[in-house]
Ligand binder design. Structure first.
Ligand SMILES: [Zn+2]
Ligand SMILES: [Zn+2]
Length: 341
């Protein structure tokens, strides 16, 4: 990105009346604590070197997050809503039923019979963007990639044990390559955090594909609500993976902007959608989000909207993570690793 565009983004995120906070970041090489401005660290990480050993403070753009575990970036609402879901009566029985009756094979046949499977001889260009995200997140699983025709901008991860990533064609029209890497990293985040089975269950419930058959009558309202609430909250974890994999805050934010409003010719002909007011909107949302909001209004709302859930809400949570959470610590190489690495 050109320096001037980067500067515009910095002004949009941290205008004069909302200056960037500072953070203390530990040097992974010598352990010295360095004070950084979040704005500079998030947008120009290469500018920071350790004040003591002169080592680069943050990982380079293609340096993998070696051995990172998903709990290092898991959102607490994801963790909490999953614990709630697991405690709802009937949930273990539903899990068992889905594994036994829907299974991998049905889902795989469903994809194979209606989408294009990408590999080295079919759309390798798309596969390369997925691989880029995979390498940066240090994910060793190789999900099968499918392309499916649709005017709806979306992507999904399906499967029970083996993952398939499906991208809908509209997304290729409306997003650039950097944003596609962010989409792939988001889907890989779901895979990494073991969301596969539950995401599949949520989709079966939402889409009512018929695959649930007679089981639908066992889906009580509390079970349905808890499943869909977790489904939404799991997005917050995947959005963090998207940022870690795209290595571009701009790509993450413009992806949200385009998912929320579209990036169609009819818009471009009339205007240029701007990030600044969109970010203002997210900050306003953060102010009105009372602590009880999630429990009450949101829990109900979340069971209604099915396609593009709460993009601004998600953006708000991602920004919060960048400013106050452990995003910069992870990018400085300070994160929980799996024991194998
Ligand atoms: Zn150092
Ligand atoms: Zn997702």
């Amino acid at each position: 990105m050109a320096e001037s565009a980067q500067h515009d983004l910095e002004k949009a995120l941290w205008p004069a009346d909302h200056p960037s906070p500072s953070r203390i970041i530990t040097c992974r090489s010598c352990g010295r604590k360095n004070r950084v401005r979040v704005s500079v660290a998030a947008l120009y990480p290469e500018k920071y070197r350790c004040g003591s050993c002169d080592h680069l403070l943050f990982l380079g753009v293609d340096e993998p997050l070696t051995g990172i575990v998903s709990s290092a970036y898991e959102h607490e609402l994801d963790r909490k809503s999953l614990a709630t879901l697991k405690a709802v009566p009937g949930f273990p029985a539903l899990v068992k039923w889905v594994i036994a009756n829907v299974g991998e094979r049905t889902l795989r046949i469903q994809q194979m019979s209606s989408s294009i499977r990408c590999n080295d001889s079919q759309f390798p260009e798309l596969l390369r963007l997925l691989d880029l995200a995979r390498q940066r997140l240090d994910i060793h699983d190789t999900p099968v990639l499918y392309l499916s025709e649709s005017p709806r901008m979306n992507a999904a991860t399906a499967g029970v044990e083996n993952a398939a990533i499906i991208v809908w064609s509209a997304i290729l029209d409306q997003l650039d390559d950097g944003e596609l890497v962010s989409i792939f990293a988001h889907e890989l985040g779901h895979l990494h955090a073991n969301h596969l089975l539950y995401k599949t269950m949520a989709r079966l419930v939402v889409e009512g594909t018929g695959l649930l058959g007679g089981y639908v009558r066992f889906l009580t309202i509390p079970l349905r609500k808890a499943l869909l609430l977790w489904d939404r909250c799991s997005e917050l974890t995947a959005d963090r993976a998207a940022l870690l994999g795209s290595r571009s805050l701009e790509a993450s934010l413009t992806t949200f902007l385009k998912l929320a409003g579209g990036n169609r010719p009819g818009i471009a002909r009339r205007t240029t959608l701007r990030l600044e007011p969109f970010i203002e909107q997210a900050r306003e949302l953060a102010e009105i989000e009372a602590s009880s909001w999630l429990d009450n209004a949101l829990a109900t709302l979340m069971t209604l909207d099915l396609t593009h859930p709460y993009i601004v809400w998600r953006l708000m949570h991602l920004l919060e993570w960048v400013e106050q959470g452990n995003y910069l610590d992870i990018m400085a190489g300070n994160y929980a690793r799996s024991l194998d690495d």
